[in-house]
Write a protein that binds this ligand. Structure first.
Ligand SMILES: NC(=O)c1ccc[n+]([C@@H]2O[C@H](COP(=O)([O-])OP(=O)(O)OC[C@H]3O[C@@H](n4cnc5c(N)ncnc54)[C@H](OP(=O)(O)O)[C@@H]3O)[C@@H](O)[C@H]2O)c1
Length: 357
């Protein structure tokens, strides 16, 4: 059998880059086409050097141009990057363009859509400013309601907080140093858990899904390795484990208003700072909403039951009631610290400027 063609949007980025790296490991089974707006930039040239068929495509260029970039695809990994435009309108238009184009591809067997859950639904209408979730959820709805044939071949992956945010955006995700102590100010209670994953595991997840397609068509996957609070996470990094960096650590809960103001001082518009804050408050008010039985669970639930916190509106269920992805091993925070210890330490020391949340 000839190898399947996997087309990856965002191939130069974190999610797409991980998908590219995973499928490149199996050249007998897969050919990888990576899309970028600029095929001459260093990241794109590096992909080409690894054997990726790099093609230029802009998500703003409309359905016909995207269909050309998807031509002959058997599998498409599709994302939109809210933070490139910071606009819900743009992200929805891009997502619709991508799905309209994917629906035109007669060779397509599997469409893997990178998304976030509907914040209105999850928060029972309480948090309605979380635009960068809602726009992706609206595109998911668009596929389901407007492209029924494509929907039959679609798996939606709900992404969580990345461990790697500490490396790519240390000023905002690592604690600051105050008199030799690490301090993290955050608007959630010390025990409020957030779903987290090493985004470098995206490829593993996508391959597991693509290699067992019938099981995951029309499903949404909660992609996270660990539900862990920001306080616990950074305490482990600073002092709480054998892998720690050796700092004293203090967690300070700020009010949502204080947090929003800090986001604005760090350069976010008031609208985006509300968007960013409300997405966090969903977990404070409604618990780990990713642990819903509406979603296939990517993590090992039998292991995670010891760390999961079910609260308030979230009824607890027996683990065996979850639909899970068998055999998928995802990196834990401890392992991530191990792997990135030196870089984390260097970033804590260097990221001590004024732009802090
Ligand atoms: N960070 C988190 O914790 C987190 C959590 C959940 C969800 N997300 C979501 O993840 C998405 C970002 O994915 P990522 O983390 O992989 O981003 P990333 O590492 O910043 O990479 C963004 C990718 O998107 C591509 N891209 C951006 N605009 C494009 C356009 N107009 N046309 C074609 N390609 C375009 C870029 O390609 P070129 O520059 O090469 O063209 C790049 O490869 C966002 O929508 C965000 O909401 C993030």
């Amino acid at each position: 059998m000839s190898p399947k063609t996997v087309v990856v949007i965002g191939a130069t980025g974190l999610q797409g880059g991980s998908v590219v790296d995973e499928f490149l490991k199996y050249p007998k089974d897969y050919r990888v086409r990576g899309l970028t707006r600029d095929a001459s930039k260093p990241a794109a040239l590096a992909l080409a050097a690894k054997g990726v068929d790099v093609q230029a495509a802009d998500l703003d260029s409309g359905c016909e141009a995207l269909a050309r970039a998807f031509s002959g695809a058997n599998i498409i990994f599709a994302l939109t990057d809210f933070w490139a435009s910071r606009s819900k309108v743009v992200e929805i238009a891009q997502g619709k363009g991508v799905t309209d184009a994917a629906a035109m591809i007669s060779t397509l067997e599997h469409f893997v859509w990178s998304a976030l859950p509907d914040p209105m639904e999850l928060s029972q209408g309480r948090f309605y400013h979380v635009h960068h979730w809602k726009s992706k959820a609206d595109v998911t709805d668009y596929i389901r309601t407007q492209h029924s044939e494509l929907w039959k071949k679609t798996t939606t992956v709900l992404f969580p907080n990345y461990f790697e945010n500490c490396l790519t955006d240390p000023k905002h995700y690592l604690p600051r140093q105050v008199s030799g102590k690490l301090v993290r100010e955050f608007p959630l209670g010390a025990n409020t858990s957030l779903p987290n994953v090493a985004i470098s595991d995206t490829g593993k997840l996508v391959r597991a899904v693509v290699e067992n397609p019938q099981r995951y068509f029309e499903k949404s996957i909660a992609f996270y390795a660990q539900a862990i609070s920001e306080g616990d996470k950074l305490a482990k990094l600073a002092k709480g484990s054998s892998r720690a960096l050796g700092f004293a650590f203090e967690y300070q809960k700020s009010t949502p208003e204080q947090f929003r103001k800090r986001l604005e001082v760090a350069g976010m518009t008031p609208e985006l700072s509300l968007d960013f804050t409300e997405q966090l408050l969903i977990f404070e008010f409604f618990g780990n909403v990713y642990a819903s039985h509406d979603f296939v669970q990517a993590r090992e639930v039998s292991w995670a039951k010891h760390t999961l916190v079910f609260v308030k509106a979230m009824p607890s269920h027996a683990d065996d009631e979850y639909v899970q992805i068998p055999g998928l091993t995802l990196m834990t925070w401890d392992e991530f610290i191990d792997e990135n210890r030196e870089e984390l330490l260097a970033k804590i020391v260097s990221a001590n400027g004024p732009s802090r949340w």
